[in-house]
Design a protein around this ligand. Structure first.
Ligand SMILES: *Cc1c(COP(=O)(O)O)cnc(C)c1O
Length: 422
């Protein structure tokens, strides 16, 4: 097999992994379309798009050509005092795609950092306006916003992966998503009583991802936005997972006609080819940083920000959203996920099924042997990786219905096999 695997595994430290007991990771050598090719020649149909990034499938020739052309001219250059065409064009294009006056784009290299920047923008926005006491962030149960310290503090403490660090994180305000009338009154009261010390509310619009694949309706999101407006609190939309079609619309906020003050993008921004993230601010947020006082500027600047290769990939990815019927493909995936996952509800040990856009999530009850399921899916020729109590599919948008049927069939089969052991 591969001569690099065993020596390499003696030196790698893998993410979210108990290195003593976890199954050995599978050596992957290439990927094309919706298939991952393993070192032993097996192919797996990808059900999770490499953490929800590879929306056009792997190795799309249009993205590859754009990155290769950029590689030949300017792979990277620092972004302070210098500016380049890929970033300028991408910022212009994002501003034209996003609603309202979301028009100022700050590039970073990961989702967590995009959220960190959003938090700095929100807190400093109020400081620059003479309201320095507004420093807290309101976040929601089952939310997930990243793994760095400031973003960990916004994740669900129980569902989240970060309880270990509870004592060393900033304390934020955790609320319930206001899904009904009484919760709306409670949320409104929370903002009313806390507004003097709250800078912003942060929400994953319509679908909460890594915190448990929970979904809420457009009216709930619209209510959150309206409550923020009424109480003088900024709204940060974390569209790192939902952005670029995953929930059915190009952006989830669009479904609720909500224009957040700050919006975070990453995951599918480059179509899963290179790391890139963007924090986009409305005009009034940006204008609060304009001053004769140098101390009023936004003090942030990752070394690799606005990397030209990543910007070129993002540009090419947006071309594909224009040239190819991505949102129609998402609608077809949604219909098929609904139909083919529906029988899961009848399987013992299944607590709930939720489908939206190209996302299908089965929530389990009882004990969940994650390692066993993670071993089983590849045996069935698919790449599906459950977490917590969730078995989910988020395939590339280009998947055809036959391959999608293989994925849904594997999910039904693994859940049925589990049911037999309960
Ligand atoms: C993945 C994710 C993040 C963190 O992004 P990283 O690139 O992993 O740092 C933040 N928010 C949401 C909603 C995400 O899905």
């Amino acid at each position: 097999m591969s001569d690099w695997l065993t020596p390499g595994l003696a030196h790698l430290w893998l993410p979210y992994t108990q290195m003593k007991t976890a199954p050995t990771p599978l050596p992957v050598v290439s990927a094309k379309g919706v298939r991952l090719r393993l070192a032993d020649g097996r192919e797996l149909i990808d059900g999770i798009s490499s953490w929800w990034t590879a929306c056009h499938g792997y190795a799309h020739p249009h993205i590859r050509a754009a990155v290769e052309a950029q590689l030949a001219t300017l792979p990277h250059v620092m972004f302070a005092g210098l500016v380049h065409e890929p970033a300028a064009r991408l910022a212009t294009r994002l501003a034209s795609l996003l609603p309202g006056d979301l028009e100022r784009v700050f590039f970073t290299e990961s989702g967590s950092v995009a959220v960190e920047v959003a938090l700095k923008m929100a807190i400093q926005f109020w400081r620059n306006k003479g309201q320095a006491a507004k420093q807290r962030i309101v976040c929601f149960r089952h939310g997930y916003h990243g793994d760095t310290f400031a973003t960990m503090a916004l994740c669900d403490p129980e569902e989240g992966m970060h309880t270990l660090f509870a004592g060393s994180m900033p304390e934020q305000i955790m609320a319930e998503l206001p899904a009904d009338e009484s919760m709306r009154r409670a949320f409104d009261l929370l903002l009313e009583t806390q507004a003097a010390r709250v800078a912003a509310v942060i929400v994953e619009p319509l679908v909460q991802g890594a915190g448990g694949m929970k979904m809420h309706d457009a009216a709930t999101l619209a209510f959150v936005a309206e409550a923020c407006r009424r109480h003088g609190v900024l709204l940060i939309a974390d569209e790192i997972m939902t952005g670029f079609g995953r929930s059915g619309k190009l952006f989830a906020c669009g479904e609720a006609n909500v224009i957040p003050d700050i919006l975070c993008l990453s995951k599918a921004l480059t179509g899963g080819t290179l790391p890139l993230a963007a924090t986009v601010a409305r005009r009034q947020v940006f204008e609060a940083f304009l001053s004769d006082d140098p101390g009023a500027a936004l003090m942030h600047g990752p070394t690799y920000m606005a990397n030209p290769l990543a910007c070129a990939a993002a540009h090419a990815s947006l071309d594909l959203f224009e040239r190819e019927p991505r949102l129609e493909q998402v609608a077809a995936i949604e219909a098929q996920l609904r139909a083919k996952l529906e029988p899961c509800r009848a399987i013992a040990g299944v607590a709930d099924l939720r489908v939206k856009g190209a996302i299908g999530a089965v929530e389990l009850d009882g004990t969940v042997d994650l390692d066993a399921m993670r071993r089983r899916f590849p045996e069935l020729g698919v790449w599906v990786r459950p977490f917590g109590r969730i078995v989910y599919l988020m395939p590339p948008f280009v998947i055809d219905s036959a391959d999608l049927s293989v994925l849904t069939g594997a999910v039904r089969r693994v859940l049925a096999e589990r049911a037999a052991t309960l």
